[in-house]
Design a protein around this ligand. Structure first.
Ligand code: NAD
Length: 492
């Protein structure tokens, strides 16, 4: 019988078996093969890691910024050389297609590239002679130990929205991946191990809720970057604030797209199908509701139904597959229940993707693209994040009605508009309440040099991940006012 490995943590520059008494199986969601076991590291272990990271901080912060970013140059090269292997690992544990896994790693690499610009991004400013002989300056200093808590859906990308900036700014960090998909970070830390970084600058701890709670309570951890569901994001944000920590917490989403009658139908259909069904709908920027206006209704409904039916679903490592699995049996059951609920609330199941037969992978957690038509705009299904390959269709008479519908959502992660009208696009951009906007774009994912925005219950905090805002999050400002009299300096 094949022995299943218990994944180690990476602490103080070396691999370390966890003290955990509890482990979870890591399951390939397409084949149900047990890939490894992940330890649920206890609070005592997290506290030891924080202690080590704190010690390491005292010397890392004195390392010149130019030296700090040289490790990132090296990491960038290693990521590129190992992109295929990392992508296969993402697909193995997460179920998405290989092309999607390669795509998310590209975003990771881009964040490392932008973080290499920290020597410029971290600069403060100064003013000479704010009064006679007195100068004033603002400098940015690192916070100390910071922690990054990640969700399951982008195991190879999301930690990179934060940690390259954190360490380039002089912080030390602890990464806790999702316990559902911890293998990718094991591989990434295999590369980090080759960088020659001083021990303790970047640490990996595996675990679940208990580990997160220990992060929240540890006084040495000064800041937390969290990405996950809204309920947990709210919890992490409030506990972090109560304990005096800085926090940026990205939550869930329910993203709408409006299709105006003048939209380019072919392009719009392709883009919305990719947005709704790509990564099996498990993207925080997935389109979940398509709102047709006026004459767009019938033509778009027919086109998107055809796109849903022809999408090739299968094992993500197989060629030509366009959509993989959802993450777990629990998730599959929840999504299928929500499809049924959409019907009970008055919607019609136009394309039913439940219980597909995927030859060779009959036990896998597959759901084919599903379309719910004419759902109740006031119903649960119009409000709840499904996080699966399910697109709901609503028809309204005007764009103003559609914007009002969107703006009553508790979420504000992304909203998209499909049109040829510049005036409509401007009105939409101006009025819609969401942090990421797509105009004729279906997954409006900000590049690494833009903040990953998000409003309302999709984000708790002030400063977002990526680029300049990440640098601001991972540093605190110090303002210095100096008086130097010219006759003093003459004495030396
Ligand atoms: P999740 O909230 O279940 O887990 C996220 C992290 O929190 C994991 O590391 C997990 O170990 C930890 N966690 C889970 N329950 C906890 C609890 N009760 N107390 C403390 N910690 C806990 O999220 P998920 O299912 O892994 O990811 C999917 C969610 O993430 C979706 O809602 C999706 O929209 C969201 N997401 C948001 C963004 C964004 O940018 N806004 C990006 C990706 C994913």
């Amino acid at each position: 019988m094949k022995t299943v490995k218990i994944l180690p943590n990476y602490i103080n520059g070396k691999w370390d078996l966890s003290q955990a008494t509890e482990t979870l199986d890591i399951i390939n969601p397409a084949t149900l093969e047990v890939l490894a076991k992940v330890p649920l590291s206890p609070a005592t272990e997290l506290n030891q890691v924080a202690e080590i990271a704190q010690k390491s901080f005292n010397s890392w912060r004195q390392t010149p910024v130019t030296e700090r970013i040289r490790y990132l140059f090296k990491l960038r090269e290693l990521l590129e050389q190992n992109q295929q292997d990392l992508a296969e690992t993402i697909t193995l544990e997460c179920g998405k297609t290989l092309a999607e896994s390669l795509g998310e790693l590209q975003r990771a690499i881009e964040n490392v590239e932008v973080a290499c610009g920290v020597p410029s991004l971290i600069q403060g400013y100064n003013s000479e002679d704010i009064a006679r002989g007195i100068d004033e300056m603002m400098i940015r200093q690192p916070l100390g130990v910071v922690a990054i808590i990640a969700p399951f859906n982008f195991p190879g990308m999301i930690p990179f929205w934060f940690f390259p900036y954190a360490i380039a700014c002089g912080n030390t960090c602890i990464i806790k991946p999702s316990e559902k998909v911890p293998l990718t970070m094991q591989k990434v830390f295999g590369l980090i191990d080759q960088l020659g970084l001083p021990p303790g600058v970047i640490n990996l701890i595996n675990g679940g809720k208990e580990t997160v709670d220990a992060i929240l309570e540890n006084p040495q951890i000064k800041a937390i970057s969290f990405v996950g569901s809204t309920a947990v994001a709210k919890y992490v944000y409030s506990r972090a604030a109560a304990n005096g920590k800085r926090a940026q917490c990205q939550g869930g989403a329910k993203n709408p797209a409006i299709i105006l009658p003048d939209a380019d139908l072919e392009m719009t259909t392709k883009i919305i199908a990719d947005s709704a069904f790509g990564c099996a709908g498990q993207r925080c920027l997935a389109t979940s509701i398509a709102i047709t206006i006026g004459q767009a209704k019938q033509s778009f409904t027919d086109a998107i139904a055809a796109a849903a039916e022809t999408r090739i679903v299968g094992y993500g490592l197989n060629k030509n597959v366009q959509m993989g699995t959802v993450i777990s049996a629990e998730s599959k059951t929840r999504i299928e229940g929500l499809i049924q609920q959409g019907k009970q609330e008055g919607g019609k199941i136009l394309i039913d993707g439940r219980n597909p037969k995927i030859s060779g992978y009959e036990q896998g957690y597959f759901i084919r693209p599903t379309i719910l038509q004419d759902i109740n705009p006031q119903g649960e299904i119009a409000r709840t994040e499904i996080f699966g390959p399910v697109l709901s269709l609503i028809h309204l008479n005007t764009m103003e009605e559609a914007i009002a519908f969107i703006n009553q959502s508790e979420y504000g992660n992304m909203a998209c508009l499909f049109t040829r009208s510049g005036a409509a696009a401007r009105q939409f951009r101006y009025q819609v309440q969401a942090g990421n906007i797509g105009i004729n774009i279906g997954v409006a994912a900000p590049m690494a040099f833009f903040p990953f925005s998000g409003w309302k219950n999709s984000f708790f905090g002030d400063l977002h991940g990526q680029g300049q805002q990440a640098v601001e999050f991972f540093t605190q400002t110090k303002v210095v006012v100096e008086r130097w009299l010219s006759d003093w300096s003459r004495q030396f």
